[in-house]
Design a protein around this ligand. Structure first.
Ligand code: SF4
Length: 362
């Protein structure tokens, strides 16, 4: 298959079946195209249309956007999400305006110098505004290329992405860049969709490797999952007051104790600044506990690891004024007894709050 065949089929398909009446089409104004391209990042076409129309009515060109207060720009973006996009657009408009230009450049290399405009967005603006021959490579295009050429590997890795840029450049047509670029976008959005692609309607089906191999679901490969780090710890849920009934060596479950012992974590680190269950007990404390037989296991996922916390329930049977029980550091109490309601009024890690709420319900 030569690149001419790839682009020719895509162009012919776009002209006949692609989208032609979106509010940001049928213009060569790079400003209008830029606003649409930024809004369409992370957001569906149907959601973008009303925002785009309101935005263009208030900020119809670079000077209006550059001179507007940032709060007003943000207000017009409110509801679209990913607000860095709006802040960058405002900054970019101010950069262009400060250089005494009232229009956005159409050269992709110039566009890429502006805040918030990456290589693919710059190429799209350049193609639609001036027919510039430069390749786009957003998530949709990566999916089409990965499937059509059966490209192994996760497209987010530098090596695969670089190879895809080279491939995308090699497929560019000599003319009709606008239809070609729009065709790639339309195909990715409406035919070669993430799930259940409509291959019978695809202009590239005759040469699609993933389709031939019947392995469409294998492409593009997903982000490799990192090996999960596991951490294990033990914490004490120590109660005192009425409640648990002591047998000779263990506590049998009964009504819950009146108070629980919690410790305040230092400001930094895991659960920093929150009240938690004590983990390391001095022998003197441990000697005054009666423990329940069956510890409880709690799992909690952090961004970088999974915590398996074994909760050992125990009843305090020592003297309440025992030294070391209530601890103060630099005038602040860092270990103390709390009733359930008092504890739930403190800053607690989510799994401990859930555990205590469960006790309260009981
Ligand atoms: S034939 Fe199917 S999998 Fe291949 S590019 Fe077209 S829609 Fe995508």
């Amino acid at each position: 298959m030569d690149s001419e065949s790839f682009s020719a089929r895509l162009i012919a398909w776009q002209e006949q079946h692609g989208r032609h009446d979106l509010p940001w089409q049928n213009t060569t104004d790079p400003y209008r195209i830029w606003v649409s391209e930024i809004m369409l990042q992370q957001t569906q076409v149907t959601a973008v249309i009303p925002f785009y129309q309101r935005f263009m009515a208030r900020f119809p060109a670079i000077p209006a956007l550059a001179l507007a207060p940032v709060d007003e720009v943000m207000a017009h973006w409110s509801g679209l999400g990913y607000y860095a996009r709006a802040r960058n657009m405002h900054k970019a408009a101010q950069v262009v305006f400060a250089q005494n230009y009232s229009q956005l450049p159409t050269d992709p290399l110039e566009l890429e110098k502006l805040p918030g405009i990456g290589r693919s967005t710059a190429a799209a603006i350049a193609a639609f505004s001036s027919g510039h021959r430069s390749a786009i490579l957003d998530g949709n295009v990566k999916r089409v290329l990965a499937r059509h050429f059966a490209i192994p590997g996760f497209p987010g890795t530098r090596a695969i992405e670089n190879a895809m840029w080279t491939l995308a450049e090699s497929l560019l047509p000599d003319k009709k860049m606008e239809s070609y670029t729009q065709g790639l976008m339309d195909l990715g959005a409406t035919v070669c969709t993430r799930s259940r692609p409509k291959c019978v309607r695809c202009p590239l089906q005759e040469t699609c490797e993933a389709l031939r191999l019947e392995m469409i679901e294998k492409y593009p490969e997903p982000r490799p999952s990192k090996p999960r780090i596991e951490r294990h710890a033990r914490a004490w849920l120590i109660g005192r007051g009425s409640g648990s009934v002591a047998s000779k060596h263990h506590v049998r479950s009964g009504p819950e104790p009146e108070e629980f012992l919690l410790e305040l974590r230092p400001p930094s680190g895991v659960w920093g600044g929150l009240w938690c269950l004590p983990e390391n007990l001095c022998p003197e404390l441990e000697a005054n506990l009666l423990t329940e037989k069956e510890p409880q296991l709690i799992e909690h996922s952090f961004t970088h690891f999974k915590l398996f916390l074994t909760i050992q329930k125990a009843q305090w049977v020592g003297a309440n004024d025992l030294q070391n029980l209530i601890v103060e550091e630099s005038g602040q109490t860092v270990r103390n007894w709390f009733t359930l309601d008092e504890a739930l009024g403190q800053g607690l890690p989510a799994p401990l709050r859930k555990l205590l709420q469960g006790l309260k319900k009981n």
